[in-house]
Design a protein around this ligand. Sequence first.
Ligand code: ADP
Ligand code: GLC
Length: 497
Amino acid sequence: MPNKSLRILFVSSEAAPYAKTGGLADVTGSLPAALKALGVDVRQVLPYYRSIREKGFPIQSLDEQVDAPVGAGTLKAWLFETTTDAGIPVYFVDRLDFFDRPQLYGEGSRDYGDNLERFSFFCHAARRLPEVIKWRPHLIHCHDWQTGLLPALHKGARGQGASSDRPKSVFTIHNIGYPGLFPQDRFGVTGLSRDDFFNSRGLEYYGWISLLKSGIVFSDAVTTVSPTYAREIQTPEYGMGMDGILRQRQARLYGILNGADYEVWDPGKDPHIAQTYDPDDMTGKRACKQALIQEMGLDSNRENRPLLAMISRFDSQKGLDLFLAIMDALLQMDVGVVVLGAGDGHVEWSIQEGFRRHPGRGAVYIGFHDALAHRIMAGADMLLVPSRYEPCGLTQIYALKYGTVPVVRGTGGLEDTVQSYAPATGEGNGFKFYPYDAQALFGAVREAVAVYYRSDAWGRLMTNGMGADFSWEVSAQRYLDVYASVLDPSAPRVSTP
Ligand code: ADP
Ligand code: GLC
């Protein structure tokens, strides 16, 4: 099918710039535009959260409602629409009692107790959307557990005789660590037949309902966000209990590296930073470092020392325990450290305490602050990403573009995007360690700090990183290949692992 006539509906629980808690939003906010550039008719649908309503986007009501079953009853969803700067139509599913809340998924460390209802409702409404907008997608592209019910709903519809015009589905796993688990006695909420769907070939996961498993099992193809993670999740170590079903789906499991949106993440035109810069003129980077040191309240003598940064959700995935274990040693090494993040309360407290022990050398901003993320990306010398696992990771990809050298654990997309610096040849774009262990992280940081003081070598490292191209073109084409193979199973199989 030529791309021009291909209609794809993206269904996700977040997308930049409307709603974002992490990298999922970056991907669902930028991949549609890359697909559109390849000629695809792509649209997307999101929940209408309070934060979207408050941001003042030009959003209009469709003056239409759809009925969405939730358990034994039916609830009404109101529909809204807007168009992105890239010209993508975006629809919002609204229901105040589900989405008019301070956060997307929960508050503090507690998920909202009715997330099964909220995201089942969203999936049912998204399924009905095409009738209302009179635009029938060939394929729906679902992302993570919040949308995992949708492929099963389509299979259910097929059982009820709607096979010929059912859209195909592709399900992308952004993070297998969030399986979307709910107690099995609430299965009725999903609207699926328990006899047909709550079993080991369906949504059942060790006695629980797993919406992520639903997406994996019932979609026509599964993708994840880097080739290495696609391999890792088929192993017990990284598969979080899903490795068996993923191995069963191996023939239709693809690892496609995320791209970066260089319209948003480019030091040459970033509106958030003190001074723009590019590989030919790096004076702006120095100004960004000075400005960041001032903004974060570090001693001005940090300007001549390496400035290390972390921008991260404080989640067990992200290796904060390793960071905490080396924090004192790190600050005694005479470097500056800035951290931006939020999440686990103990981690928040420990980082604040750690910096209090070394005044002027380190600072943390607890919270979500998009503009500050850009300023740190530009002002720091190194970005630490010591993840326990990392499906793709976008911060290290952005760091490369900003001439901020990544120091990462070699797992998932970190392994695929960072090449260790080789002093003999000057090749490589960062520093990597492998064992999940604080000493290994410390060793990699020490190595990076030593190279930092050799300005020729460091300059080469920065230039190597800034020259790398992780834009979406290549990966968007790979998604197109996956869509094509799903829509026409006789088409040659794509070669992504
Ligand atoms: P993940 O999706 O697992 O959180 P990624 O590296 O893929 O990890 O994406 C993280 C995204 O969220 C990046 O765009 C990063 O800049 C952003 N981010 C993470 N924490 C914060 C924060 N506290 N404030 C602003 N942006 C953040
Ligand atoms: C997830 C992963 C991260 C990935 C992002 C976007 O949140 O943790 O590694 O980059 O999704 O795919």
